[in-house]
Design a protein around this ligand. Structure first.
Ligand SMILES: Nc1nc2c(c(=O)[nH]1)N[C@H]1C(S)=C(S)[C@@H](COP(=O)(O)O)O[C@H]1N2
Ligand SMILES: [Mo]
Length: 503
């Protein structure tokens, strides 16, 4: 049964198992894999935008497969080297000694990687500074150690080698199983401590930076935009929401009926299409309301419906495609930050639709109509974009840095890319020649902006320094530096600001 090709087979098996575990935990649980950490680091370290250009030129979502294939090749090479080394190892006559030798072969390269190579690349210990996730690499690196130990023991126990050692399979199994168990327990305790510490440090940093936007905009702090000189006053008792058009059973709700339906609460960032680079027509409230998908569940959707048209009490209309309306984040909201909507924000109810600009988030909404064809809304008739997909934005919130420790000063701001999310934020102090990673705070939810902070050292700052910021969205696309005005589909370009130390 066991022939010459066994080591190769065992190696491939171990590699396959390892990749399977990594893929399942990535796709199923969103746990960032060491594959991505290393890939991210290598590409960033080598500064090879062409790698990404190549990947993004592919017509399908090639990106993640390239990462896994590339990393698979690296792991395979490593396994082959280890197999070669273990074959030539001096095998002691005790299970522990043999085990220690093997463990060193496996663990030392991992420690070198985690404590040496990755920090040197600026990715933090075990890659903890990457991808906005401080902890997942730690348990996964530990799992990799365990998997590789298991593999190495298989190599050791293949017959022609076993024949030359006094270590019994049972002794070997005992040692190995105990170590793997210990490793797993230790790693989970370690990573829990790590999470707590990282969160505390991060929280303290964001609290310390003066002038940074709060993650949730306090009531009254949100921008207000409407076509009206004075906001319409809608009487609660007279207000009705009609859902009509291509539905099976049209529905009319008063405010009590809307409030009685199951609701959701979501931090959602709204941004006006006319927001300038660095502008403040952006804010994040926690909105509460009923999912539009749930409302359309009640009415049914007739064949042929492809567009949702909204009508406000101020003769305002706008529309978006049906599939955008059916997104989880699209709601008919009646509370912001736990309180009834103010008149300016659309009392008694308004629509929130993540991913597209503010104008599509119709306030004082009275009628939701399913239609067959696209509809030209109020602003579209005036030349503004109909698709209105939010462009990636990043903003520096202050022009005075906060001193956080001896010789170190911090600035910060927000970044937003609609439903694509923010993967990373970088700043440049040399006009864009080089970029340094900012610390990213976890967004409060998939529809909310992310806050960032970055540290500047004193000599840089003293004379005043022009800081530039750019973000990378959740799909890996870097914010465009091409300058565009707000009309017709939103401003773009990098925000820059002269920063000095605070008095
Ligand atoms: N009924 C109605 N809804 C409207 C508008 C309007 O003029 N009338 N303005 C839109 C625009 S352009 C923006 S940016 C957002 C602003 O929402 P906010 O004032 O709650 O921040 O509302 C949108 N919804
Ligand atoms: Mo807007």
């Amino acid at each position: 049964m066991i022939g010459r090709s066994t080591p190769v087979r065992v190696t491939l098996l171990a590699l396959g198992a390892w990749l399977a575990v990594t893929l399942v935990s990535r796709i199923g649980f969103g746990i960032v894999s060491p594959v991505e950490v290393v890939f991210e680091g290598v590409t960033r370290f080598l500064g090879v935008p062409w790698v990404f250009n190549l990947i993004h030129a592919a017509p399908w979502d090639f990106d993640r497969y390239v990462k896994f294939i590339a990393f698979g090749v690296i792991v395979l090479a490593w396994l082959i080297v280890m197999w070669w080394v273990t074959r030539r190892l001096w095998i002691w006559r005790s299970a522990w000694g043999t085990f220690a030798t093997l463990a060193a072969v496996v663990v030392i390269p991992l420690l070198l990687l985690g404590l040496g190579v990755l920090p040197l690349m600026g990715l933090g210990v075990f890659g903890t500074a990457t991808l906005n996730r401080a902890w997942p690499p730690v348990p996964l690196f530990s799992a990799s150690v365990a998997a590789l130990l298991a593999w190495s023991s298989l190599v050791l126990m293949w017959p022609d080698r076993a024949a030359r050692t006094d270590v019994s399979r049972r002794a070997w199994f005992n040692v190995m199983s105990r170590t793997v168990l210990g490793l797993a327990l230790g790693a989970s305790a370690l990573s829990r401590a790590f999470i707590a510490r990282a969160q505390a440090l991060q929280g303290a940093l964001f609290d310390a930076v003066r002038g940074i936007s709060p993650a949730i905009t306090p009531l009254g702090g949100h921008y207000v935009v409407s076509k009206n000189f004075v906001s319409p006053r809608v009487r609660e008792g007279q207000w009705r929401l009609e859902i009509a058009g291509l539905v099976d059973t049209p529905l009319t709700l008063d405010l009590d009926a809307l409030r009685a339906l199951p609701s959701v609460t979501r931090p959602t960032t709204l941004m006006c299409v006319s927001n300038q680079v660095g502008g403040d027509l952006i804010g994040t409230y926690e909105w509460t309301g009923v999912r539009l998908a749930d409302l359309l569940e009640l009415t049914g959707i007739r064949h042929g419906a492809s567009e949702i048209v909204l009508y406000g009490a101020d003769n305002y209309t706008d529309s978006f495609p049906l599939d955008v309306g059916l997104r989880d984040g699209t709601i008919v909201a009646y509370l912001h930050n736990g309180e009834s909507l103010t008149r300016d924000h659309g009392f008694p109810a308004r629509v929130l639709v993540p991913g597209i600009y503010g104008m599509k988030n119709v306030k004082w909404v009275e009628r939701i109509e399913l239609a067959e064809d696209d509809h030209i809304g109020y602003w579209q008739a005036r030349g503004w974009s109909d698709e209105a997909i939010i462009k990636t934005l990043s903003r520096i919130d202050m022009d005075q840095a906060t001193r956080i420790s001896e010789g170190r000063w911090a600035i910060g701001g927000v970044a937003f890319a609609g439903i694509r999310g923010i993967r990373s934020v970088e700043i440049s102090i040399d006009g864009g020649d080089s970029w340094q990673d900012a610390v990213l705070e976890d967004a409060r939810g998939p529809y909310a902006w992310s806050r960032w902070t970055a540290v500047l050292d004193e000599p840089t700052l003293l004379q005043g320094v022009i800081v530039m910021v750019r973000a990378t969205d959740g799909t890996g696309d870097v914010q465009t530096e091409i300058v565009a005005p707000p009309l017709p589909d939103g401003a773009s370009g990098y925000h820059r600001r002269l920063v000095t130390p605070s008095a």
